[in-house]
Structures are given as structure tokens and as C-alpha cells.
Design a protein around this ligand. Sequence first.
Ligand code: CP
Ligand code: NVA
Length: 303
Amino acid sequence: MKDFLKLQDLQDNEVSSLIDFAIELKKKKKDGIAYEPLKGKVMGMIFSKSSTRTRVSFERGMIDLGGNAIFLNQNDIQLGRGESIKDTARVLERYLDLIMIRTFKQSDVDDLAKFGSIPVINGLTDYAHPTQIIADLQTVKEHKGGLKGLKIAYIGDGNNVCNSLIVGAVKCGAEISIACPAGFLPDKDVLAYGLSKKLLTVTEDTFEAATDADVLYTDVWASMGQESERLARAKVFAGKYQINKCLMSVAHKDAIVLHCLPAHKGEEITEDIFEKHAVTIFDEAENRLHAHKAIMCRAIDIL
Ligand code: CP
Ligand code: NVA
């Protein structure tokens, strides 16, 4: 039984094993080979924020693996009316085999794992988006043949996705260069981790980050929960923190572009670059399914 709360908790080789297992599961699915090790298992999926990819891919993934998933909108369960995480954990462990949760505070996800006896998967918090990054690294490996020694450039807000990308890239031996405006850097512990491994470069200059990059990655300027900051953030990011034709010109000729989605075209990425790289971006979205299946198998000790 293994929680999946943040990538820092995983050994480097566990990250690679998840990526390789996701690739294997993808092949099985394409070949029409059924693989149902989670028959009889039921996962609860708690959502306090919106989701298209995470919700559907986890639910479909659980069906593929032979199990079932129950969607639990926070506002439909007593958690939304103030029942504590601690009590929720002690109730849900009596009914379920696994929980996936998307919420605001990382400490709520950690507490759900701490107070319950069943594995918990972090489907996004303000701090981290670890399931996303396994799918992203899988996509890079499929398109580039490997990860070690590649240069990944992240352009934009130092948010949950950026935090997890730094940790995941470092664990795979990739160089990660981030360009974020002052005041919008990733969390301090993540910066310290990346810098200590000598694989992270931090700059405000998007061109410095993107130069000779093999992968360019971006995410929205304002994340879920930051809607009221949208205008103020746009003033800081606009005209600078964007993947566009000009920025692509300093990256490697065969550089790929990733975006966790949903995208705000015309803000963090231009429509032409998005469409030019749409195949990779939607491969990335598809890989959420395969990566999540690998993560659920690990949680139930299949991997
Ligand atoms: N990338 C991602 O997590 O998408 P959703 O918000 O649609 O789940
Ligand atoms: N940083 C974004 C990611 C969405 C998948 C958010 O938290 O809203």
C-alpha cells in the first residue's frame, strides 16, 4: 500500500518504474490485451476543484484495471459542510480501497493519508500536481527516447505543476530551467531540492531558459483558486511569459512543447505554437490515463 502525495516521497527509480509501467500499460491497451489486477477494488475520487482530464482518466483507468470509481464532489459530501479530514478518512477507509483527491491545501491530502489506512493519491493541490508529471515525463520519454541529459524549460508561474515538474525532472536526471517572474517562483523547498541536485536553473529571462531546450513547458498564469488575481497576474506575465514563435527559435529545432491543459491561448502560449504541437500536447493528455493506471497499481502494491 503506497500513498502518492508528492514526488519527493518517491525514490528516483520509482519514478522511472512508473513511467516504464505506464508505457507498458499503454501498449497492452493498444494491443487489446485486458489487464485487470484491481478487480473488486473501489476508489473514491474527492474533487474540491474542477477537472476534465484527471477525473475522466482516473475513472476510465480504474474501469480498465477491473475496478470501480466513485466520484465525490466535495460539496455533495459532508466534507463540504465542515466534517473534518480526519473523520472523513476514518469513514472512507471502511468502504473503499483507495482515494484520489483534488483540493487546495497539501496538508489536507497529507492528513487524509495520515488518518486513514488506505492509500491516497494527490490529484492536484495548490502545492503539487504529481500525477500530471508522471504522464508528462512519459510523453517526453516516448518522443525523445529518454530523459537523462535532456533540457526541459518551464516558462511562467512557479505553481503546483512547476513544483512537481522540477522534482520529477531532477529524479529522471534531466536538466530543468525555469523562467518565472519575481514573486512567482516555485516553493522554497522545491527550489532548494533542485538546486542541491545541480540540475535546476532559475531565471526571469525566458530566452535564457529556452535556449537549446529539448522540451518547452508552460501552464496558466492564474491557477484554480487564484481567479481574483487573474488581472493583476496578467499585468506581470503578459508579453513576456509566453511560449511563442520567437521563443521557440532559440530552442532545439526538434524541441517538443508540453502543456498540462486547460490552455489559455494567447496568454501563456500562442495559438499557432499550440496547434503546431497539438499532437504532443494531446499525447500528453492521453498519457494521463496510462500514467494513472500505473500509479493506481503502485498504490495497491501491484507495481
Ligand atoms: N491537467 C489537468 O489536471 O487537467 P484537469 O484539470 O482537466 O484534470
Ligand atoms: N496550475 C493549474 C493546473 C491545472 C491542471 C491549476 O492549478 O489550476
